[in-house]
Write a protein of this length. Structure first.
Length: 220
């Protein structure tokens, strides 16, 4: 059975179990399509380049909860007591895990920047690895990585995030001071795999340098 039908049936079954009432098949399919990033169920059904059958090959799944909200506002006759889009998305995500169609990470925080930050904090070397030369120049020990600004863009083939941030460290007091903060810009890319919301694991390219904006020469 196609993945989108399994998901739509899950929404209908869950709603019936919760309320004893019926969620129409058409409504369930439209909400499911929105979860996967499509404007309509028809658009999902015509997807040829990134079919949902490839979902098991993805590493990251980002349910389009905002689009679910929009699509729900456009549908007529939708039950007034239907759970929130976030709850419906969680139900679909749980199903995908249960039936083995997806085993990667699901990013469903209210702000995508929070998911990106969590991913980076779990493995700071994704960014710090490209800054090893800058780190070595400072004679400082770095243990605080901050993402100050994250701008995300999506296109037909993937997702690109531009990340501005800083590494803060503690200077070795027995060595000459050469800075204890590095400002960086990192470009995170994720290739599209299935639907409009399933991607490969993020890859990072980072550049940066010692932040000397607070330094001054006492002799000048």
């Amino acid at each position: 059975m196609p993945i989108h039908k399994l998901c739509a049936d899950r929404l209908r079954d869950s709603y019936r179990a919760l309320t004893g009432n019926k969620l129409g098949a058409g409504h369930a399919h439209e909400i499911t399509a929105a979860y996967f990033g499509y404007v309509t169920a028809a658009a999902l059904r015509t997807e040829a380049q990134y079919p949902l059958s490839e979902l098991s090959q993805a590493d990251i799944l980002i349910p389009d909860i905002a689009r679910m909200d929009v699509r729900r506002s456009q549908l007529t006759g939708l039950p007034q007591d239907l759970p929130s889009s976030r709850e419906l998305a969680s139900d679909i995500s749980t199903l995908l895990k249960e039936i083995g169609n997806f085993s990667g990470q699901i990013w469903d925080a209210e702000y995508l920047s929070d998911d990106i930050n969590g991913f980076v904090q779990n493995d700071p070397m994704l960014i710090e690895g490209d800054l090893s030369g800058d780190i070595a120049q400072t004679n400082a020990s770095f243990d605080e990585l901050y993402l100050d600004e994250v701008e995300v863009e999506t296109n037909d083939d993937g997702l690109v995030a531009t990340i501005e941030g800083s590494l803060n460290g503690e200077q070795d007091q027995d060595r000459v001071f050469h800075g204890d903060k590095i400002k960086f810009t990192s470009i995170m890319t994720m290739d599209r795999v299935a639907g409009r919301v399933a991607y490969t694991s993020p890859e990072f390219e980072t550049t940066g340098g010692v932040d000397d904006s607070m330094y001054y020469d006492a002799d000048t």
